[in-house]
Write a protein that binds this ligand. Structure first.
Ligand code: 5GP
Length: 209
């Protein structure tokens, strides 16, 4: 019997460096990351099916109706959602899956999958966040302002996460996240051992009438 993988939600402010850390976790530690669907326009260098599935608002809304998302949320004028099928398929194959999503979606996942490890990533400081968003150069000033305001709104939900991790250097942060996730995985009984094997081992002690 294949042991099930563990599901991890990584949230954090836009500009906290989630993307880079998650890439490190997939490249160096073998995690699977779910590719989300979004209605936002691709940034330069982004490819459909790699960073996101870029779809129209109409397509997104019809997939909501068809229960096609594990979770979805509106974020700064666009929809973002996790396709349900991919996550279940990978977990049952025994792969550890990461969702890099914002807080409203993260909390929906926590409701549906209480086993999920919830991690919130923060930059070393608020000033550093602003600096990173500006130097990324992918958004105009108005969008940056909206993303900073959204960061403040998101602080309300940090307490709902199991872990808050500071992202100062990518290597350190990824190693830290891997430790957290693998420790949590050990605590899950269906991952530790095959539960049926344990129960059957004790069956011979069953009292006969
Ligand atoms: P960006 O536009 O910078 O790629 O992403 C904006 C925000 O949307 C980020 O905080 C990112 O984590 C979040 N996000 C990306 N995919 C999903 C998703 O499938 N669901 C939810 N709820 N948020 C997502």
């Amino acid at each position: 019997m294949t042991k099930k993988g563990i599901l991890t939600v990584i949230s954090g402010f836009s500009g906290a460096g989630k993307g880079t850390v998650v890439k490190k976790l997939t490249d160096d530690y073998g995690y699977k990351v779910s590719v989300s669907a979004t209605t936002r326009q691709p940034r330069e260098g982004e490819k459909d099916g790699r960073e996101y599935f870029f779809i129209t608002k109409e397509e997104f809304e019809s997939r909501i109706q068809a229960q096609g998302f594990l979770e979805y949320a509106g974020y700064v004028d666009n929809y973002y959602g996790t396709p349900a099928e991919y996550v279940d398929k990978e977990l049952s194959k025994g792969h550890d899956v990461i969702l890099e999503i914002e807080v409203c979606g993260g909390l929906q996942v926590k409701e549906k999958r209480p086993d999920a490890v919830m991690i919130f990533l923060v930059p070393p400081s608020a000033d550093e966040l602003k600096k990173r968003l500006i130097s990324r150069g992918t958004e105009d000033t108005e969008t940056i302002e909206k993303r900073l305001a959204r960061a403040y709104e998101e602080t309300e939900f940090i307490g709902k996460y199991n872990y808050v991790v500071v992202n100062d250097t990518v290597d350190k942060c990824a190693a830290n996240l891997n430790d957290i996730i693998q420790n949590e995985k050990k605590k899950l009984i269906h991952n530790n051992d095959d539960l049926d094997v344990i129960i059957n081992d004790y069956k011979r002690f069953e009292r006969r009438q």
